[in-house]
Design a protein around this ligand. Structure first.
Ligand code: SUD
Ligand code: ADP
Length: 300
């Protein structure tokens, strides 16, 4: 018997970042939007814990106990007193979310493995318990479970679901190399230096644009405080952003800590034109189209 769970990628339509806390994490006002690019995690009982991965970029995914899917399975087993063979599973990750791209691929695999093991083992864990384990695994992991759209505060793990009044068309340009999330936050600290960094707050116009499904209003309200840091570490991304804007994107921004860049299109036809132009520009590795919002982790 095996269980497969599908989990979406995310784009941050607002990422407001405050000054580093004493624990090193940054307070955020993080407006997550789940997008229709998915990893699939399949869990099967096995002799011992094992992780395999297929799909683009899978060679960069660690297959040891540091893998977020493995950590999720171990955390759930520990909470329910499962040891030895009772906790042993084969986790297979079928990757479609770009690796180290700022689209929460690892977090998606953590949330997916948690939900899949929960279903396989029939633990009866509540949604709150699952969300608690997600938050221990990483700041982005709770959102991967929930999907849709949500405001994340704290280090991004404390979620409030948000209303979304329509579908949005997005284009994503994958870069030729990855960017490390901690390195981008460190660069944010370096660039802000001794300046007073304001408390992060969610943008009311942005929340209203999402609620109305108003693409032009959303385009005018998106923001990412990590973008200058990502561009500082990866200056070539500016050319990709420019190519997307020139092709008609109503907004062009770095996704989270990057280096994937995200382009909001007015409609599906415009998204297709932006995708073609980005491919022709030669400034990125691959281009993908996706709509949002997408549902959270789902047992197939
Ligand atoms: C930036 C964001 C935006 O959604 O995602 P990505 O773009 O990387 O996907 C997130 O905040 C990333 O979340 P996630 O990738 O789960 O980060 P974690 O594992 O919790 O933390 C990794 C490292 O990022 C930094 N970090 C993360 C979250 C936060 N609020 N402040 C931080 O300073 C810390 O250096 C931490 O050690
Ligand atoms: N399932 C996974 N478990 C643990 N680490 C992963 C997993 N997938 C990717 N990684 C690693 O975690 C780092 C961040 O990857 P990822 O989560 O894809 O990007 P991001 O944090 O930018 O959204 C990468 O170095 C990658 O090798």
């Amino acid at each position: 018997m095996s269980v497969t769970v599908r989990v979406p990628a995310k784009v941050n339509v607002q990422l407001a970042v405050g000054a580093a806390r004493p624990d090193g994490f940054h307070p955020l006002a993080n407006v997550f939007l789940a997008v229709g690019l998915y990893d699939r995690v399949t869990v099967t009982p096995a002799e011992e814990l094992r992780v395999t991965c297929s799909g683009p970029g899978s060679d960069q995914v660690p297959l040891d106990a540091t893998n977020l899917a493995a950590r999720a399975a171990l955390a759930l087993a520990a909470r329910y007193g499962r040891t030895g063979r009772d906790a042993a599973v084969h986790l297979h990750i079928d990757k479609d979310i770009p690796v180290a791209g700022g689209m929460a691929g690892g977090s998606a695999d953590g949330a997916g493995a948690l939900l899949a093991c929960d279903a396989l083992w029939g633990t009866g864990a509540s949604r709150e318990e699952l969300l608690e384990i997600c938050a221990e695994l990483g700041s982005d992991v709770p959102f991967s479970l929930v999907g849709g759209a949500a405001l994340g505060v704290g280090r991004g793990e404390l979620l409030t679901p948000l209303e979304v009044g329509g579908d949005f068309h997005w284009v994503f340009a994958m870069a030729s190399r990855g960017l490390s999330t901690p390195a981008v936050f460190r660069e944010f600290d370096r660039l802000t230096g001794h300046a007073v960094v304001p408390e992060p707050v969610a943008s009311e116009p942005l929340l209203a644009a999402l609620a109305k499904g108003d693409v032009d209003a959303l385009a005018g309200a998106v923001s990412n405080d990590l973008q200058p840091a990502a561009l500082s570490l990866f200056p070539e991304l500016a050319r990709t952003l420019e190519a997307g804007r020139a092709a008609g994107a109503v907004a062009a921004l770095v996704s989270g800590s990057g280096p994937t860049t995200a382009y909001l299109a007015r409609d599906a036809a415009s998204a297709a034109r932006i995708a073609d132009a980005l491919t022709a520009s030669g400034t990125c590795r691959t281009v993908r189209l996706a709509t949002a919002p997408a549902p959270g982790a789902t047992v197939l």
